[in-house]
Design a protein around this ligand. Structure first.
Ligand code: CA
Ligand code: CA
Ligand code: CA
Length: 152
């Protein structure tokens, strides 16, 4: 039996602010591309989009899963879900969890080249002092494409 698969492709971007009481705030604007073959009816963990750190004190972690549904029942739509976590502490490796949000959305088959990406936004915030919030925004921009033969 042929193995059915599609390619989940696009980017996961993190924008955020590390607020400072002394000196300027520090920002992240990091857009990471990725491309992953997803097999039908199989939980696929996507580790490429996991960790974004900045400013010496802030970090966002993303755990992301994909499930490709059958063409017959769901027209090969992908279900994407996972968790985002926002840490702020005395280093970028801190264990101080300030906020977390679950995400859960679908990426239908991108039928043509010009089909726009499916965009899903997750906001995280660490209310520190008035007007001095640390925050992060995770933006998923994804396509569900047919694999090309040359891909592995
Ligand atoms: Ca800070
Ligand atoms: Ca800092
Ligand atoms: Ca903290």
């Amino acid at each position: 039996m042929a193995i059915i698969n599609r390619v989940l492709e696009g980017s996961v971007r993190v924008d955020g602010r590390d607020a400072e009481t002394v000196g300027s705030d520090e920002f992240i604007h990091e857009d990471r591309p990725f491309k992953k073959r997803i097999l039908e009816n199989q939980d696929t963990f996507i580790p490429e989009v996991q960790r974004y750190a900045w400013g010496g004190e802030c970090r966002v972690e993303i755990d992301m899963h994909a499930w490709l549904h059958a063409k017959e029942t769901h027209d090969s739509a992908m279900h994407i879900w996972g968790d985002t976590r926002f840490y702020e502490g005395d280093s970028e490796d801190t264990g101080e969890l300030e906020d977390q949000e679950h995400f859960d959305f679908w990426v239908p088959r991108s039928v043509q080249e010009e089909t726009p990406a499916i965009v899903n936004v997750v906001d995280l915030v660490h209310p520190e002092h008035v007007g001095q919030d640390d925050w992060a925004r995770v933006t998923f921009a994804l396509f569900n494409r047919k694999p090309q033969d040359e891909e592995d």
